[in-house]
Design a protein around this ligand. Structure first.
Ligand code: GUN
Length: 292
């Protein structure tokens, strides 16, 4: 069994990005600038956004964190987005999800200028992704592709089973694994809450990508020998023995599934850190596209 070490690979990517930034600075060029909008006080969301901003500092990008109250109206948020669209200094920005109930998430995602949509959530970018056109690929799926590529995991002709059809992970992942090229050329099954006899499907899988948010969902009996397992789950589970009072748990029963797997991502330290590294890559792409 080989660990797909997202922590290490994401560090490598950040070193590579820092080198690019140093060259930009040496040439007197503007460095990439990412803005992140967070609405409300959800602890996990604040942590994620904080990590994104910190990662910008690490590689020498500029960053702006915009904290808005949970009571903000949809109109006020849309106005903030329009400001960011118009602000020439900002190369790309994200609006952290989920949003409070009074705000229509689809309206918000549609309001982001596609050329600054470094999350790749705007329908124009999602469509381009599905049609193999150059665009921003959502950071978590992009990070999974990068891990598979850097560890040279064979994907062509393999049966990939994706568990969960979220717009952020499962749905785009199911498209990307079936695209032409590497990593891709996979035969994909997308499973979800209405799927019957899921074990019958997962035991046929060469590659399993779980994005459910149900701790320890994928058990050893559900996989075949030498399976490749990518665990996107990051659920906070109460744990008094830790300093923070919780620990991060994936969707996979790692202890037992890892005994059968050829490659597997740990949680934490697998997909999570890759997501942030790929958001930075998208921000660099946004800067380069604005120059061109
Ligand atoms: N919420 C969970 N993951 C993400 C992400 O990748 N981007 C944004 N904007 N919100 C999220």
């Amino acid at each position: 069994m080989q660990l797909l070490d997202g922590k290490k690979v994401s560090e490598d990517i950040k070193v590579e990005l820092a080198e690019v930034v140093n060259k930009m600075k040496a040439n007197g060029e503007k460095v990439p600038h990412l803005a992140a909008v967070i609405v409300g006080n959800d602890g996990a969301s604040l942590t994620y956004v904080g990590s994104k901003v910190k990662a910008c500092e690490r590689v020498g990008f500029e960053s702006t964190l915009i904290k808005l109250p949970s009571t903000i109206s949809e109109l006020e948020l849309l106005q903030k987005i329009e400001e960011l669209n118009q602000n020439d200094d900002i190369d790309g920005f994200i609006v952290q999800l989920p949003l409070p109930k009074q705000i229509d998430e689809q309206k918000v995602l549609m309001a982001i200028d596609p050329s600054k949509d470094v999350d790749g959530f705007h329908p124009e970018n999602f469509g381009k992704m599905a049609l193999d056109m150059t665009t921003f690929i959502p950071a978590t799926p992009f990070g999974i592709l990068e891990l598979l590529e850097r560890y040279n995991v064979e994907t062509a002709g393999k049966h990939t089973v994706v568990i969960g059809r979220s717009h952020i992970v499962g749905r785009p992942m199911s498209i990307l694994m079936g695209r032409k090229g590497f990593p891709g050329n996979s035969t994909v099954t997308l499973t979800h809450s209405h799927t019957k006899n899921i074990s019958q499907i997962t035991t046929q899988a060469d590659i399993i990508i779980t994005a459910l948010g149900v701790p320890n969902y994928l058990k050893a009996e559900m996989v075949k020998d030498d399976v490749v397992v990518i665990d996107v789950g990051i659920t906070r589970v109460a744990d008094d023995t830790t300093e923070k009072g919780y620990r991060i748990t994936g969707d996979v029963d790692f202890e037992n599934v890892s005994k059968k797997a050829s490659f597997i991502t740990p949680v934490p330290g697998g997909v999570g850190p890759m997501t942030i590294a790929m958001l930075l890559k998208n921000t660099l792409l946004a800067r380069e596209m604005r120059k061109a």
